[in-house]
Structures are given as C-alpha cells and as structure tokens.
Design a protein around this ligand. Structure first.
Ligand code: FE2
Ligand code: FE2
Length: 222
C-alpha cells in the first residue's frame, strides 16, 4: 500500500544526510587545520552540549499536553540521560588541556542556540520534528568530533585510547544517540499521520539552523 511505503523520517533523514555529508567533506583534511582552530571547534560544540539538557526539558514541557503522551515521556528520558553529559565533556576536555571557560563569545553560536531554544519550545508537532532533526544530527556531530578530538590529542602527544574524551564520544556513538533518534522516529511517524506539515517544518527549520551555524564555524577556517 502506498501510504505505508512513505515514511516521513526517511525524507527527514535524507535531508539531514545531505547537510552532514557536505560538512563531513569539508572536515576531511583535519591534518591541514591548526590545533587552535580544531580546539576552538570543540569549545563551540561544548556550548551546544551545555545547553542541550535545557532544550530537551523545554521540549518535554512543550509537548506535555500533546495528543500523543509518549512524546513528552521520550523527551524526558533523553533529558535524564543528557543532564550530566556537559560536565563529563568539560572534564574530558580539561584533561587534554582545553579549558572551556576560556572562550570569547562567537555570536553565530549564540544565535544558533537561541534558534534551537525557540524550536524546542514551539507547538508540539513542530517541536517534535525539530528534536528529531537535532538528535539525528547528534550522531554526525559525535562522529566528526571523535575525529577532531583524536587529531588534537595526537598534536598534544597524548594517548587517544586513554582519554576520557574518546570514552565520551564512544559512549554517544555506542547507542545513546541512535536510541534517541530511534525513540523519536516512531513518534514522528505517528504524529505525521495527522500533522505532517508541522512536523516537517520543525525538522526543516532545525536543519537550516544547523546548516547556518556549521557554515559559520567552517567559515572561520584559515
Ligand atoms: Fe550526551
Ligand atoms: Fe541525544
């Protein structure tokens, strides 16, 4: 049956893949990028990590009265899993000699975080779509930051295998982010049966915000 063959998450995943594949291509030659630039990328990524629990909590709150109560329950689960992660990330970075507190504000990051804050506290179906898109992109982010971290650690002549930073990214790639994506996937399909436009709109806006932010981050490469 045609209606069963069409999965909105497949379309959203394809859109996300297009965004992330292009960024991945631009991040292929890490060996030609300065340690300072790569460290700066990690510190900017940490800013997202720091705010992420607040986004998830806001999204759980925004979807609390939604027709499908499973959405808020799933977002609460994600929140509980993520709430301690920024501290882990900060300490892991400190252990390789990077202090996230020593940072000059990068306005595009502030703007990006404000956009995600807005998207995670909008109408429930739109919020669900936006969170699905950011959780999908989280897999790509942990993959590229795994590589970036390894490069920085090598420049500092430390053993990658021994770092808490590797363990931090491994933890996320070892199922955490996939389970966040999968957990939301069925809920997106269910919501899209009645509200496809709204769900897709949230996801599209989130990918556009990520695209803009990444272009600004990569635009700083010299
Ligand atoms: Fe996390
Ligand atoms: Fe996640």
């Amino acid at each position: 049956m045609l209606a069963r063959a069409y999965r909105v998450t497949d379309r959203l995943d394809a859109m996300n893949r297009q965004f992330s594949d292009e960024k991945r291509r631009r991040l292929r030659r890490l060996d030609q990028m300065s340690e300072r630039y790569l460290e700066w990328l990690m510190v900017e990524h940490y800013q997202f990590s720091k705010r992420n629990p607040a986004f998830l909590a806001a999204a759980a709150e925004a979807t609390r009265g939604f027709e499908d109560p499973a959405v808020a329950i799933e977002l609460d689960r994600n929140f509980n899993e993520e709430r301690t992660h920024a501290a882990m990330y900060r300490e892991a970075l400190r252990a390789i000699g990077t202090d996230v507190m020593r940072r000059v504000e990068f306005p595009p990051t502030t703007e990006f975080l404000n956009q995600v804050a807005q998207l995670s506290s909008g109408p429930p179906a739109r919020t669900l779509g936006a969170m699905y898109a950011t959780e999908t992109a989280a897999i790509f982010e942990h993959q590229v930051f795994w590589e970036i971290s390894r490069e920085v650690v090598a420049r500092r002549v430390l053993r990658w295998e021994d770092t808490a930073l590797k363990a931090f990214h491994d933890l996320h790639l070892d199922g955490v982010e996939q389970s966040h994506k999968d957990g939301l996937s069925e809920l997106v399909e269910r919501a899209a049966a009645r509200r496809r436009g709204e769900v897709a709109q949230g996801a599209i806006e989130a990918v556009e915000a990520m695209e803009r932010w990444w272009n600004q981050l990569l635009g700083r490469l010299r």
